[in-house]
Design a protein. Structure first.
Length: 294
């Protein structure tokens, strides 16, 4: 069974960018595309008399929106098998449910209405923290630096084994016939001088060496089970992880980070690094759960 690429649509400019990205991903991965528009219009029908009681105005507009989106995909990517669905429910609940049976869920970073001015809309943040599959959030505006074709950046965490985020990132780079940039950030001791290379034998040098060894261990295990022949570059950089990743993502097609599964009902634990890159990264960001879908 081929799980689809799911994209959330609300008619905003940001969601149109997400639609185009999702269509390209579906074509590249040879997967079907599922367009979802979710809205709670049915809970507000009584606030004003509808023109047609059997077809509320909001429902008609929603159906026109997904029809237009479907036609857009057919024009851009005629090889993609595309379906569209309108769901009368909360967008987050609908997309979380869709994530159970999706290869990836894609949405824009900004929504409509009062949240449109936020760097990351409430739907995107909530979905990234509760999804059962990778979530890709598309920036509202094109990047200042044109992306280098095929470049995928991966943030390497503390796990000694390749996390699902690493496997996902490598697959993304391979499907693009591109390269993977694996980034490990490290911090020097508070008393060390900044902006200077660490001296041999210093505490800072030991931190850098530890980061290099950790990165080598993870990538050795990752590429050892990979048959794509994708070129993997290593980057060990001093600085806060979120800042290092945001800078590394300049000129990338995709930035991939992981998220830990919580033991409770809260879903995933989006740490400060995840929050920062979702808000400020200059390219699409994929948040990948660190455990298989339930």
């Amino acid at each position: 069974m081929r799980l689809p690429v799911v994209v959330g649509m609300d008619g905003s400019e940001s969601s149109l960018r997400a639609l185009d990205w999702a269509a390209a991903e579906a074509a590249r991965s040879r997967l079907p595309l599922r367009i979802v528009h979710a809205s709670l219009w049915e809970h507000y029908e009584g606030l004003r008399p509808p023109v047609d009681p059997e077809h509320p105005v909001e429902q008609v507009l929603a159906e026109r929106l997904v029809d237009s989106a479907r036609n857009r995909v057919r024009g851009l990517r005629p090889e993609v098998d595309v379906v569209a669905d309108v769901q009368p429910e909360d967008p987050v609940a609908a997309l979380v449910r869709e994530s159970h049976e999706a290869a990836v869920v894609v949405l824009g970073s900004r929504g409509r209405g009062r949240i449109a001015g936020m760097l990351l809309g409430s739907v995107g943040l909530a979905l990234a923290g509760r999804s059962h599959c990778p979530v890709v959030v598309i920036p509202a505006r094109p990047p200042r630096t044109p992306a280098e074709p095929g470049r995928v950046v991966l943030g390497i965490g503390d796990a000694a084994e390749p996390a699902p985020a690493a496997v996902f990132a490598l697959a993304q780079a391979a499907s693009r016939h591109g390269e993977l940039i694996a980034v490990r950030a490290w911090r020097s001791p508070a008393h060390a001088l900044l902006n200077r290379p660490p001296l041999p034998g210093s505490a800072a040098s030991a931190h850098r060496r530890e980061a290099e060894e950790h990165l080598g261990t993870v990538l050795g295990a990752l590429t050892g089970q990979d048959g794509s022949g994708t070129v993997v570059h290593r980057s060990v950089t001093q600085g806060p992880a979120h800042q290092v990743l945001i800078e590394a993502a300049e000129g990338a097609e995709l930035l991939v980070v992981g998220a830990r599964r919580s033991s409770g009902w809260h879903g995933l634990q989006l740490g400060p690094v995840d929050h920062a890159v979702l808000h400020y990264a200059p390219c699409p960001v994929a948040v990948v759960p660190d455990t298989p879908r339930s």
